[in-house]
Design a protein around this ligand. Structure first.
Ligand code: DX5
Ligand code: ZN
Length: 212
């Protein structure tokens, strides 16, 4: 069964504790989006928010870095309590060494890629990844529409993983909802990130149950 990772970018920041408790009750992971206004044209939040959430999180904290020079900050996010850290394959010159560094801390390491980045760019690093984060929208904003091209990319990625004999998980992020969750899992998704579909709903717990 796929894991559901609510994206806290769409949470109510004036009632963050309530939304963290909701994820503790109904979700499987906390997906935390870090944006720097440079790698993506938007800013989100940083260390103090990640640390505050991690303190009361009863599920693993999954930090998605959408920043340039991720090697500069990955360590700080792990110190803040991240149990999974991903960064974009085109954000650094040496993805392999950063994946190794993250794993050396006992944290799960992931490579992320936007829909316009060739899938082949992650192939040389699959053996060093615990998971691949396949973006199903262009990174930077919550609430965008899902790209249907994602299904073909998942099929191709699964085929390459089988060819290489690796077993990393696949996380899908962007425009995920109860409408496409089942099909994404059929195409190999192991982790479904959902922001607006969960937090804009009157009953977030019920949306998560429907996604399952
Ligand atoms: C987008 C972020 C996503 C975002 C998903 O750049 O990486 O995690 O919060 O939000 P929805 O589910 O609303 O597309
Ligand atoms: Zn994300």
């Amino acid at each position: 069964m796929a894991l559901i990772a609510p994206s806290m970018l769409s949470a109510d920041f004036l009632a963050l504790r309530k939304d963290v408790e909701m994820v503790n009750r109904h979700g499987d992971l906390f997906h935390l989006d870090i944006m720097d206004g440079s790698f993506v044209p938007n800013l989100s939040y940083g260390f103090p928010v990640v640390e505050a959430i991690a303190k009361i999180a009863e599920k693993p904290v999954d930090v998605h870095l959408m920043i340039v020079n991720p090697e500069k900050y990955a360590g700080r996010f792990m110190d803040c309590g991240a149990g999974m850290v991903s960064f974009h394959v085109n954000a650094t010159d040496n993805p392999g060494s950063l994946l190794g560094f993250i794993r050396s801390k006992g944290v799960k390491a992931g490579l992320a890629l936007n829909p316009d980045i060739p899938l082949e760019s992650v192939y040389p690093f699959l053996k060093e990844c615990d998971f691949v984060l396949v973006m199903s929208v262009m990174a930077g904003f919550g609430g965008q529409s899902f790209y249907d091209s994602t299904y073909d990319r998942l099929d191709a990625l699964k085929a390459e993983m089988a060819r290489q004999g690796v077993e990393c998980s696949i996380e899908v992020d962007g425009g995920v909802s109860p409408a496409n969750a089942a099909k994404l899992v059929e195409h190999g998704a192991d982790i479904l990130v959902a922001g607006s579909a969960v937090f804009k709903a009157a009953d977030p717990g019920e949306v998560i149950r429907r996604m399952r």
